[in-house]
Design a protein. Structure first.
Length: 536
């Protein structure tokens, strides 16, 4: 069993870290895609009640009966929320109720900005660690550095097992202009330094990085599709073109989706006039087609799209549009299979219901949504993990056997493609498990790789990131984990050492340089899917 995949599955439904850079850390240390998984937002519109007077009265009568006659004290608002959650759970896996606080947080995140102190963080050994400081944000102006440990907030202790991502975000975010008094420990110092930071606007990026992968190929990593994605994408493409890019690798691996407008605008840049991008249709949602206008700036550029089992929703729309129009190749593993169209309906108290209103279909007519049984959400979420157990993610022959050959469709040029849920790539790249060992599983799950990288960077501030010695890093790391009581066998280090060394170099480089492109250049070294894309 792949321990890394297991760790990602166990933590899958946890809230993701609130920035694209932190999300890249999650990919490595086992924190997987969470509450925003596989969402595509439709524009809001007016709507009327779909509950008849008799049914509405019945619901109200039961709640009133409980509130006036039940033996113990109950909160009516909690009962109402429980009823809403129960109703939606019986529909499909993606129709959900979002409470007021979560609605505000998600809306801020998808808008691409919020008010806070401006750091990306991780939690290691019950302590909040600054992963990176957002350029131009309040923390950068105050002097915070990558690797800093936040030990107090407003003179109260802010460490311990009760510290989680929700509590950190709730504490560090806040109204613009308010102050946060942070106690910071840095490097090996035992002294606590005090920083007073005035919260302000923080802009996040959905395009993690872009760089020239070779002399003519531009690489673009898209973490999710937010309100700012399209403009970020245009900026990246124009810069890469000036550097000589004539072909592009668009990396949508682990991308959970996002706004429909963002993905259709991005796909439009690659397609000819009137070519279909996607269409949506539902019981109360007449078919609506999204087509290209022919004005795209990448119509003549070769394109490869990288996907995996955690590419969902809007990511699948983009991949299917490229594939069904025979515009480029999709490389990797079958995508998640989320093709339900969500529309978010606001409620009076600031909470919201995200309701499925339609299904998405690729240009060839494939329904992107994978099968599900109503009320069996756990089975639905476990399906990706089942793919690993049955060999689909690691064995090409088993992957081919898993294809639903009864759902046959044809691309614009007549190529066969299969339905049944998700987008099956044109070129399969197996999940690499050759480097995995129990030793790596332990040091990875305990966050030791990232933690040691921070410690090393703290001790080498001012070093040119290109001078980082991987062998020195690995040797120091082995000694570090042994000192922490981790059993370290030579055969495990021989098997996993090259991967650990690469990750250490990547994290140290990012901490020293604050350059996400430099991080990804190292992080992507030896990446099989990128190698395939560059060769084809």
């Amino acid at each position: 069993m792949d321990n890394k995949l297991a760790a990602r599955y166990r933590l899958w439904r946890r809230m993701r870290l609130w920035t694209p850079i932190a999300a890249s850390v999650c990919v490595v240390i086992g924190i997987a895609i969470g509450v925003m998984l596989a969402r595509v937002e439709m524009p809001e519109n007016s709507y009327s009640s779909v509950i008849g007077d008799r049914d509405a009265s019945k619901l109200q009568d039961v709640i009133r009966l409980i509130s006036t006659s039940y033996a113990d004290e109950v909160r009516v608002d909690s009962l109402t929320e429980m009823g809403i959650v129960g109703l939606l759970r019986g529909l499909d896996p993606h129709s959900v109720y979002i409470n007021t606080e979560e609605t505000r947080r998600v809306n801020e995140e998808m808008a691409g900005s919020f008010s806070g102190i401006g750091v990306q963080f991780d939690i290691l050994e019950d302590t909040v660690r600054v992963v990176a400081v957002i350029h131009g944000g309040p923390s950068e102006r105050a002097g915070l550095q990558p690797g800093d440990r936040i030990v107090t907030v407003d003179d109260s202790v802010f460490t311990g097992p009760e510290i989680d991502e929700r509590k950190v975000m709730k504490t560090l975010r806040g109204e613009k202009g308010t102050k946060a008094r942070l106690g910071i420990m840095r490097g090996g110092d035992k002294e606590v330094y005090t920083y007073e930071i005035i919260r302000g606007d923080v802009v996040t990026k959905s395009i993690g990085c872009y760089y020239m992968a070779d002399r003519t190929t531009g690489y673009v990593k898209v973490h999710e599709f937010t309100a700012t994605t399209y403009q970020e994408f245009l900026t990246a493409i124009n810069i890469l073109k000036k550097k000589g890019a004539r072909r592009f690798v668009i990396d949508l691996r682990d991308n959970p989706g996002g706004y429909l407008d963002a993905v259709t605008a991005m796909a439009n840049e690659f397609l000819d006039e009137d070519e279909m991008i996607v269409y949506a249709e539902g019981q109360h949602y007449p078919r609506y087609e999204y087509r290209a206008d022919g004005q795209g700036i990448c119509k003549d550029a070769e394109v490869k799209v990288l996907v995996n089992e955690f590419s969902a929703s809007a990511s699948e729309i983009f991949a299917a549009a490229i594939q069904d129009n025979d515009r480029g190749e999709v490389i990797g593993r079958r995508t998640f299979g989320k093709g339900l169209v969500q529309q978010q309906f606001p409620l009076a108290d600031g909470s919201a219901v995200r309701l499925t209103v339609a299904h998405f279909y690729s240009p060839s007519g494939r329904c992107i949504q994978k099968p599900y049984t109503r009320g069996r959400v756990a089975d639905y979420e476990k399906e990706v993990f089942d793919r690993f157990n049955n060999g689909e993610l690691t064995d090409s022959t088993k992957r081919e056997a898993a294809e639903d050959t009864t759902n046959i469709y044809h691309t614009k040029g007549g190529r066969l493609v299969y339905g049944g849920g998700g987008v099956t790539p044109d070129v399969f790249v197996a999940r690499d498990t050759s480097y995995w060992s129990r030793w790596m599983s332990e040091v990875n799950n305990k966050g030791m790789i990232v933690d040691y990288a921070y410690l090393y960077a703290d001790e080498h501030r001012g070093m040119d990131c290109h001078e980082v010695d991987g062998e020195e890093l690995l040797k120091g790391f082995v000694a570090y984990v042994k000192g922490k009581g981790v059993e370290t066998r030579k055969e495990d280090v021989a098997r996993s050492g090259a991967t650990v060394k690469r990750l250490l170099r990547a994290y140290v480089t990012r901490s020293l340089s604050q350059d996400e492109a430099e991080f990804y250049k190292i992080f992507n070294e030896g990446d099989a899917a990128i190698a395939v894309a560059l060769k084809r």
